[in-house]
Design a protein around this ligand. Structure first.
Ligand code: HEC
Length: 126
């Protein structure tokens, strides 16, 4: 049996899109390495310098249980502000611009592609 070329091309395209997404995730995970000195991805792991970042997608800002956030983050939590792709990307571009006086010391990721990859990794829905 022969497949119509368009179907083969569409399948190849879908496959390469999937590969590209997986590569982005892998890149995001690698770029997240330095963040791990302050952030765990395990909700049971407490006591680091920063809150755990497990299940960040859809999470209320400043809501990791047991972490004592800055007043800026507590105010955001009171307003029930939610982490989504756009918010996380903007936060990582300039943390202090979003939450003035926040305690996260690294000043964000300047490179747009790096930011997108880390955002995709943290928003992967796990
Ligand atoms: C030196 C420690 C440190 C490093 C490194 C660090 N962070 Fe943070 N991060 C913090 C602290 C502390 C907070 C809490 C901020 C506050 O309370 O003002 C925070 C907060 C966050 C939040 C908000 C979490 C929530 O519960 O609402 C996200 C998202 C985040 N960091 C992502 C990152 C990413 C991505 C990186 C790596 C590019 C990173 N951080 C590197 C210390 C760090």
């Amino acid at each position: 049996m022969t497949y119509a070329p368009t179907i083969v091309a569409a399948a190849a395209l879908a496959l390469s899109a999937g590969v590209a997404a997986a590569q982005d995730l892998a890149r995001g995970e690698a770029l997240f390495e330095p963040c791990k000195s302050c952030h765990s991805l395990d909700p049971a792991k407490q006591g680091m310098a920063g809150p755990h970042l497990a299940g960040l997608k859809g999470r209320v800002v400043g809501s990791a249980e047991g972490f004592d956030y800055s007043p800026a983050f507590k105010a955001a939590r009171a307003k029930r502000i939610i982490w989504d792709e756009a918010r996380l990307n903007a936060y990582l571009a300039d943390p202090d611009a979003m939450f003035k006086g926040g305690w996260m010391s690294p000043q964000g990721l300047d490179d747009e592609a790096d930011r997108a990859a880390v955002t995709a990794f943290l928003m992967r829905g796990r």
